[in-house]
Ligand binder design. Structure first.
Ligand SMILES: Cc1cc2nc3c(=O)[nH]c(=O)nc-3n(C[C@H](O)[C@H](O)[C@H](O)COP(=O)(O)OP(=O)(O)OC[C@H]3O[C@@H](n4cnc5c(N)ncnc54)[C@H](O)[C@@H]3O)c2cc1C
Length: 526
């Protein structure tokens, strides 16, 4: 038993010293980080609260059914879609903002961390409770509260699934623009926390461009609105600061989102290439020609193979790459831009340029792209998704570098990505049953991220920093930058109870993350 958090001499609320058995294990094919759940309390200002007291209080707030504490129940919440796991001690599923606020207050009195969770599709370990504590699921806050088409605004709760917003307004000719490939599963609260993007980010921007305001529960349980129902609220842009804060500044309980009107015409083509270079050069040429497609998505041969094995849509299996180009707008513009894009594909060596004839063909092309991550399971037992960004003009070079890194580490890498944004998703394929392979995977991932930064890019385009990338944040920010960010966080959450252990590199020796029995590969943890 090692004390991992000392009472903070300056704090005015209950001090709780968590003593936890923490150990890393390299089990069941994933990194595991266990927090035993043994609280030992040394409260100074309020009556000490045992774990059972806290569970009882939470049950009073949200109801017996909605507090989980048995291992077989909480284990469901130990991971997201990343390769990281940590067991929560308690899971609470409130039904409304008042209950969220009461849970936050109870957690604060007990001194335990709170980790908000949407649908658990995050790819950076953001919803993984690295310091144990309470996982606060927002899944039951799932109502669309208001649709105001005249002002093109919808107000939704955080557990609403992204695609359901578009479904709710499609018949009236509107849609919600940010469309992560996971949009049939991910929640709008998770999208706000991660400032998520998607295939159509190129034309429409990311979540922050479509959020007008958020209702949030702060770390002391206070409920506040940041932003407004109209653009350009006066004062500091606290809503802007909140979007992308990965659950470290507060809990999102309502979101006012912008609705967009559907375009008059949509045209989609698939260009087939025998080499990746031709495909990436086409992306650079299309945007350089002044065309801003709604989407420019690229898939390489391994990804095509996965899709065609999993849920075939007719992509050519022998192609080195396929490029999906979608253009929207008024009919005349769309046709002209499509003709130009087709010509640029041909000029860069596309062996076939196939336009979708109707909605059915278009949907099929997108079905393949949006199902590509899931389909990777047909060609590999495990894969590790990376999320680097480079300036678009660097695409041809970085894709050659990614291929070289794969060769150097003896690993297959499947690429399916938002090429128009320069946002790479190299998926490193591996088999955890092979000793030593995971270490090579992590090192190859780090090499890719470094190459992206060296090319003038970044270590994340849309998946966030979370737990997984915090070791690399120093590649982008120096100590002063990080300190400035920490001060912002501090002003929202002085006791650092909201989603601790995320974004910021852990100070050495804090005991929060340790090398376990199977040596953690250098780079992932610091
Ligand atoms: C197959 C697949 C494809 C994907 N494609 C894309 C893509 O194209 N673009 C993209 O951007 N991402 C993509 N993702 C990643 C992921 O879907 C997004 O990051 C998504 O926004 C996560 O939403 P979630 O509800 O699952 O959040 P979770 O994974 O549950 O949580 C993500 C983060 O948000 C925080 N959080 C959740 N809810 C709240 C809340 N109410 N208040 C405060 N903080 C909260 C969590 O603490 C965590 O830090 C993909 C993932 C998968 C598995």
């Amino acid at each position: 038993m090692a004390p991992v958090r000392q009472p903070d001499a300056g704090a005015s609320s209950a001090f709780v010293q968590l003593t936890e058995t923490r150990r890393f294990a390299y089990a069941q094919g994933r990194f595991k980080f266990f927090a035993s759940g043994l609280f030992s309390f040394s409260a100074r200002f309020v009556k000490p609260m045992s774990r059972q007291d806290l569970i009882d209080e939470l049950k009073e707030i949200v109801g017996d059914r909605y507090v989980l504490s048995a291992k077989e129940d909480v284990i469901v919440y130990e991971q997201d879609a990343s390769i990281l796991q940590a067991m929560p001690e308690i899971v609470a599923l409130p039904a409304d903002v008042q209950q969220v606020s009461a849970v936050v207050k109870a957690a604060r009195r007990s001194g335990v961390p709170i980790v908000p969770r949407g649908s658990g599709t995050g790819l950076a370990g953001g919803a993984v409770p690295a310091e144990g504590g309470i996982v606060l699921s927002l899944a039951r806050l799932d109502r669309i509260l208001k649709i105001d088409l005249a002002n093109r605004v919808a107000v939704v709760e955080p557990g609403v699934i992204n695609l359901d917003i578009t479904k709710a307004v499609a018949a009236q000719g509107f849609f919600y623009a940010p469309d992560p490939s996971s949009q049939a599963a991910c929640s709008i609260g998770g999208n706000v926390a991660n400032n998520s993007g998607g295939p159509h980010t190129l034309a429409y921007g990311v979540t922050t461009n479509h959020v007008l305001g958020v209702e949030v529960v702060l770390s002391d349980g206070e409920i506040v609105w940041l932003g407004a129902m109209v653009p350009d609220a006066p004062g500091y842009d606290l809503c802007g600061a909140f979007v992308g804060s990965e659950g470290t500044l507060g809990i999102v309980t309502k979101v006012a989102v912008r609705l967009m009107a559907q375009r008059e015409a949509v045209s989609t083509l698939l260009a087939v290439f025998d080499d990746m270079d031709g495909a990436t050069r086409t992306v650079v040429d299309i945007t350089a020609a002044g065309i801003i497609p709604a989407a420019l998505e690229l898939m390489d041969q391994l990804s095509i193979e996965a899709v065609e094995r999993g849920a075939p849509v007719g992509y050519p299996r022998d192609a080195a790459a396929v490029l999906l180009v979608e253009i929207e707008g008024v009919t005349e513009h769309t046709q002209r831009a499509m003709n130009l894009a087709s010509a640029l594909c041909a000029r860069n060596g596309a062996r076939e340029v196939k336009k979708a004839k109707d909605d059915h063909e278009r949907e099929l092309l997108w079905k393949g792209r949006k199902g590509a991550f899931g389909a990777l399971g047909t060609i590999t037992p495990n894969y590790y998704v990376q999320d680097g960004v480079v300036p678009r003009s660097q695409l041809p070079r970085i894709m050659r570098t990614v291929a070289d890194i794969g060769k150097r580490y003896g690993l297959r890498i499947a690429n399916v990505f938002h090429a128009g944004d320069g946002n790479l998703h190299p998926n490193i394929l591996f088999d955890l049953r092979h000793p030593g392979e995971l270490e090579r995977v992590i090192e190859a991932g780090a090499a890719i991220l470094r190459a992206c930064v060296d090319a003038g890019g970044s270590i994340t385009g849309e998946h966030g920093i979370g737990l997984e990338k915090k070791a690399y944040i120093g590649l982008l920010f120096n100590d002063q930058d990080l300190e400035a960010m920490a001060r912002l966080r501090q002003s929202f959450d002085p006791e650092r109870r909201l989603n601790p252990a995320k974004i910021f590199p852990s100070p050495a020796g804090c005991g929060e993350l340790r090398v376990g029995p199977a040596r953690m590969p250098a780079g992932l943890w610091i």
